[in-house]
Design a protein around this ligand. Sequence first.
Ligand SMILES: C[S@@+](CC[C@H](N)C(=O)[O-])C[C@H]1O[C@@H](n2cnc3c(N)ncnc32)[C@H](O)[C@@H]1O
Length: 205
Amino acid sequence: MNIIREWDYDDNNPPNKIVSADKPLSLEIGCGNGLFLSTIAAEFPQTVFVGLEVKHKCLTAAAKKCDRLVKENKITEENVILLNGDVFTALDKFFEPHSLERIYINFPDPWFKKRHLKKRIVNPDMAMQYAKLLKPNGKLYFVTDNEDYRDYAMEVLHGCADLSSEFDSPYYVTKLDRYPQSLYEKKWREEGRGIYYSGWIVRSV
Ligand SMILES: C[S@@+](CC[C@H](N)C(=O)[O-])C[C@H]1O[C@@H](n2cnc3c(N)ncnc32)[C@H](O)[C@@H]1O
C-alpha cells in the first residue's frame, strides 16, 4: 500500500486534492498502526478511508496491516489511502471543503502541560476546520479515555457554531455499539479505563 507524504510537496509542486467522485470519503486523524482504519474499511467497502498520521513508522505498520487484508480479500487497494502528514498543515493541502462524510479522532495525544495545550488536535480553530471539511450533516467522532481532554473537547466542540452534538449533555457516551476498536482502545479497555465517545454533526445551513 502506497504512503503519500505531505513533505514531498511544496508551493511549487502542490499535491492533487484527495477526492472521491463516486464513493463517500472519510478521514481518520492520527490513525496510528491502522487497526481502526483497516477494520472500518473492511466493514464499509464502498467508502474510501484516508488515514492521516504524522509518524511514518506508524503508517508503515498500517500499510502492512492493509496489505495483509487486501491479500485476504477483506479490503481493496481503493478502500484505503495512507497519508503521512501533520494535521495542522495537511488538511488544506489535501482536502476540498465539504468533501468528507466522517472524521474520526480516536485517542489523540492528551498533551497535559499547559504550555503544550496548543498541540491538541482539537481546539477552537481546528474544530472550525473540521466542520468546514465535512459535508452538510457529516459527522466528527472524538473518542478519548482522558477526562481532562474529554471535558476540554466537549467545551470546544459544543462551542463551535457549525457543529451540534449527537448526544445530550454532557455530550458523550461510555458505550457506542458497532464502533471499531483502535489499538489504544484495546489497550485502555484491558486496563479497565473508561472510554468516552462523542459525535458532532455539521449543522445544515
Ligand atoms: C495516542 S495515539 C492513538 C493512535 C490511534 N488513533 C489509536 O487509537 O490507536 C495518537 C496518534 O496521533 C498521532 N498524531 C499526533 N499528533 C499528530 C498530528 N499533528 N498530525 C497527525 N497525527 C498526529 C500520533 O503520532 C499517534 O499515532
